[in-house]
Ligand binder design. Structure first.
Ligand SMILES: [Zn+2]
Length: 148
């Protein structure tokens, strides 16, 4: 009874250990995707805020509420931040494209693997005289006796 219990427990543990990566992997990829998405969202939001601030800044400046020096300084600050955000967005975009490229590469390798797998092992031999199928390795046709 004790042994049976131990065996069952071991089997369950072994099964759990074997199956664990199957459950863990998709969640891991999901987390990475979510992280990338929120980072992209965050940067896009920040970019929108900066562009709006720049418009406000120009408006304020046009209304004469901002001195030339303040306007130039703030404009430079916003534009610097916008540039760094655009750069980060580019990097995110590039890494996404790289992922796509890798996935496509893997897919094409897989499809090549499958096509070579599904290809018939050998074209069946046919007798040149009667056209009957010849068993590979045989020297004579089983139908008409012609030498192959
Ligand atoms: Zn034949």
């Amino acid at each position: 009874m004790m042994l049976w219990f131990a065996c069952t427990t071991l089997t369950i543990l072994a099964a759990g250990y074997t199956l664990m990566p199957l459950f863990r992997e998709p969640r891991h990829y999901l987390a990475v995707d979510l992280l990338a998405e929120t980072e992209l969202d965050r940067l896009s939001d920040r970019k929108a805020v900066i562009y709006r601030s720049l418009r406000d800044l120009e408006f304020e400046h046009g209304m004469g509420r901002l001195s030339e020096t303040d306007f130039k300084r703030l404009e430079a600050e916003y534009k610097n931040e916008a540039a760094s955000i655009l750069q980060k967005l580019d990097q995110l975009d590039a890494s996404e494209k790289l992922d796509e490229k890798i996935e496509k590469d893997i897919a094409s390798r897989k499809s090549k693997l499958y096509t070579s797998d599904s290809k018939p092992a050998q074209e069946s031999l046919r007798c040149p005289s009667c056209g009957a199928e010849v068993i590979p390795g045989k020297k004579f046709c089983a139908d008409c006796g012609r030498q192959i």
